[in-house]
Design a protein around this ligand. Sequence first.
Ligand SMILES: C[S@@+](CC[C@H](N)C(=O)[O-])C[C@H]1O[C@@H](n2cnc3c(N)ncnc32)[C@H](O)[C@@H]1O
Length: 353
Amino acid sequence: MSDDSPVHGLSGVAMTLLTPLYGRAHAQRLLPGSEFSDPQATRVLQETGFRESEVLTDRSNAVGSIHRAVVFDAITRRFAHTHPTGTVLSVGIGLCTRDQRLADTVPESVRRLGLDVPEVVELRERLLPDSRARVRAASLTAPEWTDVVEARPGPVLVLAEGVLMHLAPAEVTGFLADTRRHLGPGTRLAADFFHPWVALSGVHPISRATGARFRSGARSSTGLAALSPGWTATAEHPVMERIGPAQRTGKSTGADLRAGRRSYAVSALLAAADEEQRAVVESALGDPHCPAATVERVRELARRLGVDRKLRADMRRCAETAAAEAGTWHPHWREEAVAFFAGLPLANVVADD
Ligand SMILES: C[S@@+](CC[C@H](N)C(=O)[O-])C[C@H]1O[C@@H](n2cnc3c(N)ncnc32)[C@H](O)[C@@H]1O
């Protein structure tokens, strides 16, 4: 990011908008063949003049952002179809370009609103002057944020994409209560969240990259809904489940190979490979310029040799062992710890197959 970059000087939490923007901007490269494409994001990202160190460009975070956007797009489309005179409000809208992405499928009659902190609203006006969403400066931590929605018939869909984890637990509860009290009982909410233990571990790379902290989480959509009266969880979309096992563990095979790291997955692959296959893996190990085609060949090899499956089985076994161990802990922690470890392979690491 150069000194005259439009994102220069953004606070940490505002700076987090770059990572989902990066993912969407690179969707065609990261998920070739996918129907998702966002050319406007590509242009806007370019114009931010971002600095790599402040954006998570790894596959796991980038692809996770795309899958999340796909789900939020689908929810928006469905809502617009059923409520053509409704309102879609994106809280913490960042540099989201959903309006443009859905221009052909969401009718003009659906009112589009957004809110974010003042510095982001200013940045948006500069980089997305033609956005169809009317975006106001407001903080979700002050109940007046609901003033951005002037009364109008028709229900409101509130989209909180990559936002709630930045609020303190009492602020999330306040946000839910304010939403229901001021926008009405027919209001829908789509929001993503981390498990509290993941959110509060302080190790998420976005904190290192931007200085922003995650401050809260929820154990499930039911847990989130239970924070404030009147909310019911109606659906859950396990977005991270769509990322391959290596990505879900936070490990990118390509990055490990190129860095010469004998990670768990790489070691398991080497152990399962015959001499010829091992030579392919060894040729890529530690070569920072190893071509993407070779990495893909190694991934394919891993799939063929069942390394993905073994990884999942090992993860599940480790989670079971950890849950059993947690069962012996002090009662104050026990229940939560057992549930966390037992759910780990499904919720955060690997899908059940
Ligand atoms: C990870 S970014 C997500 C941006 C956008 N929703 C997207 O998916 O591209 C988080 C956004 O939430 C905004 N945000 C965080 N805390 C907020 C608050 N208390 N009030 C309003 N916006 C907030 C940040 O400024 C930032 O734009």
